[in-house]
Design a protein around this ligand. Structure first.
Ligand code: IMO
Ligand code: MG
Length: 422
């Protein structure tokens, strides 16, 4: 009974996971977010209306889908309520949302600490989204975090009081204004009341679904090279967007997972600091950014752009056990005359295809490229692989060959239906 499918980002986020997730949603009964929080930014287009989600699973837009925020997610109640309200304004009832009682809550001191820690890093900033993600996970692992089940109970008052007392000591040390317990409590107690009806035991719920043979889609946020364990630490996020996170962040056992799809773009991008071997800081990089509209959904920052890196993709296939790839923006890369793909790194004069996220290693690697012919023309109407022009086919075939992983989905345009499914 492998009725669970996982869709996750392969590189540094923003691969267009929303598009594949959206496609798969109609076929699934459950859509589950398993890691991260509102540092994510997922754009989905349904019936001509555009949505940008930070926290809610995109599956929420489907009546046939129960949308779950799993125990691995960190939830900013204010942001969540805003997203729920904006959906309600658009006519959605949002009666298909379920929040894990074990998910942790982002409280006002978390974004303040996130920002303060970034300031302190001076020349060594990580470029976080400043949404309080890192500090919220810190509290979870340090065991002072507040879970959803505590947030909606009478325990919240004492737990918050204790936390604010401790955080104020830290804030004072950083010369930041203190937080006032009574004010925060009043505001957040009201949020808890609004969210309470959605909070439940999502672990039991998912297992009942598995027993019934119902299909579950785990919606990844962030991406593999931003993983706290497998990414380019410290330039990573504070959770596991990789396959392990789908297990610990939902309570679903590994034996139930069937397909694991990794989403990439036909080029690479990264927001925030950290190594990026194939980054192009020249006019070509600028052109990719403009053609691919590479500006952040969450922070509006221009994204760093470069050629596709198959060395790191192989590593990503390996650590996640990917069963398939989705290649988005094939149309974008097809606008170039010549396209490059990194097939090896040169490190200290030697060629290697072994990837490691050690930042010194990555900072000293130069890409070895293979060149492809571009000029794909308008491929937005192609709905089968066979219809693609020969140069586009060659490009996809080479990705499959070098990663030993089938390309199951190909994005050929921005619109939701502009995708080839194989
Ligand atoms: P989606 O789901 C792109 C990056 C930030 C920063 C680092 C740490 O839209 O693909 P954090 O706020 O998480 O502590 O920041 O991680 N980052 C993302 N980059 N897409 C995302 O999500 C990201 N979530 C975090 O830019 O470099
Ligand atoms: Mg993003």
């Amino acid at each position: 009974m492998k009725n669970v499918t996982v869709v996750l980002g392969a590189f540094y986020g923003d691969e267009g996971k929303g598009k594949v997730i959206d496609y798969l949603s109609s076929d699934n009964k459950y859509a589950v977010r398993y890691s991260g929080g509102n540092n994510a930014g997922h754009s989905v287009e349904v019936n001509g209306a555009k949505f940008a989600f930070h926290l809610l699973p995109s599956g929420i837009l489907y009546d046939n889908v129960k949308a779950i925020l799993g125990n691995g997610v960190v939830i900013d109640p204010k942001v969540l309520i805003e997203e729920i309200d904006s959906l309600k304004e658009k006519g959605y009832k949002v009666n298909n949302l379920y929040i894990s009682e074990k998910a942790h809550v982002i409280l006002p001191y978390h974004p303040i600490l996130d920002e303060t820690l970034e300031e302190m890093r001076a020349g060594n900033k990580l470029g976080t989204t400043k949404r309080g993600i890192g500090p919220a996970y810190c509290d979870k692992y340090e065991r002072s975090g507040i879970r959803m089940e505590d947030f909606i109970s009478s325990r919240f008052k004492e737990l918050l009081k204790e936390n604010i007392k401790n955080k104020n000591v830290i804030l004072r040390a950083y010369k930041k204004p203190k937080l006032k317990f009574s004010e925060v409590y009043k505001e957040y107690k009201a949020y808890a009341k609004i969210l309470k009806p959605y909070v439940c035991d999502t672990i039991t719920m998912l297992h009942k679904a598995i027993k019934k043979g119902e299909k579950i889609l785990c919606e990844g946020a962030q991406a593999s090279l931003l993983d706290i364990d497998f990414g380019s630490y410290p330039y990573v996020t504070s959770s596991n967007p990789t396959i392990g996170g789908a297990i610990t962040g939902t309570g679903i056992g590994a034996r139930y997972i069937g397909e694991v799809y990794g989403v990439i773009k036909a080029y690479s991008s990264r927001v925030g600091a950290g190594p990026f071997v194939t980054e192009l800081t020249d006019a070509t990089g600028d052109r990719i950014r403009e053609l691919g509209h590479e500006y952040g959904v969450t922070t509006k920052r221009p994204r760093r752009c470069g050629w596709l890196d198959l060395v790191s993709l192989n590593y990503v296939c390996m650590i996640n056990g990917l069963t398939g790839l989705c290649v988005n923006h094939l149309d974008t890369i097809g606008k170039f005359d010549k396209i490059k793909v990194c097939v090896a790194y040169k490190y200290k004069g030697k060629k290697t295809t072994d990837f490691t996220t050690n930042v010194d290693f990555l900072a000293n690697c130069t890409p070895v490229y293979e060149e492809f012919e571009g000029n794909f023309g308008d491929i937005s109407k192609c709905r089968s692989f066979e219809e693609l022009p020969v140069n586009a086919k060659k490009y996809i075939n080479r990705i499959e060959e070098l990663t030993n992983t089938p390309v199951k989905f190909i994005g050929v345009g921005a619109a939701r239906e502009e995708m080839i499914v194989r």
